[in-house]
Ligand binder design. Structure first.
Ligand SMILES: C[S@@+](CC[C@H](N)C(=O)[O-])C[C@H]1O[C@@H](n2cnc3c(N)ncnc32)[C@H](O)[C@@H]1O
Length: 221
């Protein structure tokens, strides 16, 4: 398995522009860092821990925030790339988890133009609903190309009221499963839970999307 990243290749000006989905994150970064880091990885993702790959696998955490999950995964023995487009969150994460073996990248869905290689696990924790429909279609195609031969995507989707200043869309688990299916990914876990922080009206869907070795991967499925 190979991971490499920003290797000096030219990145187009378009790819460098900031994604609309990060609206509101930079301004609130310090407060959000306390919130994100206040609940451990094992608690946030308890329902899907059994889907983690074998130790020493390669993992990419896309929209990694302050790196809570990336650091926990690195501590479990994975090789971890953390992609985070909000500079303020990324810088806090690099500071808080400076001793964790994480490769941080300033990059964003749907293009992920600086990411190289393939991964045994792709984590998208509370990120996917920041993408509009065309970004989700392009993003799923890009994710599909980042997957190693037998592999999974773990994804959580936030539902309910949109916090002021943020850009979020109503994205259901069902439509996400259907989109993933176009790329040979099959849902092996899907649940819906209330919010761990107790925010009124907020619910979460958690999905594990699995692709078996040899599965067809084209959108023409
Ligand atoms: C609710 S936070 C989740 C952070 C972290 N994954 C967690 O679970 O604590 C959403 C994150 O998605 C990032 N984000 C927004 N739009 C994105 C995009 N187009 N590509 C990658 N990340 C994005 C934000 O910068 C933010 O860090």
């Amino acid at each position: 398995m190979r991971i490499s990243s920003d290797d000096g290749e030219a990145v187009s000006p378009l790819a460098q522009s900031k994604p609309a989905g990060i609206a509101g994150y930079g301004e609130d970064a310090e407060m959000l860092a306390r919130q994100y880091e206040g609940v451990p990885f094992d608690v946030v993702h308890h329902a899907v821990l059994r889907w983690l790959p074998v130790v020493s696998s390669t993992v990419i955490d896309i929209g990694a925030g302050t790196g809570r999950d990336a650091a926990a995964l690195a501590a479990r023995g994975y090789r971890v790339v953390a992609v985070e487009p909000t500079a303020e969150l990324r810088e806090i994460g690099q500071r808080l988890h400076s001793d964790a073996n994480i490769e941080w990248l300033d990059d964003a869905l749907p293009d992920l133009s600086r990411v190289r290689g393939t991964f045994d696990l792709i984590l998208l924790s509370a990120v996917w609903m920041h993408l509009d429909a065309s970004e989700r279609a392009a993003g799923m195609a890009r994710i599909s190309r980042l997957l190693a031969s037998e592999t999974q995507v773990i994804m959580s989707l936030r539902h309910g009221p949109v916090p002021p200043g943020r850009r979020m869309f109503a994205v259901s688990a069902a439509e996400t499963v259907a989109l993933a299916g176009q790329w040979g990914l099959r849902a092996v876990h899907c649940d819906e839970t209330t919010d761990l922080q107790g925010r009124a009206g907020v619910r979460w869907s958690t999905l594990v999307l699995h692709r078996e070795a040899g599965a067809q991967t084209g959108a023409a499925l």
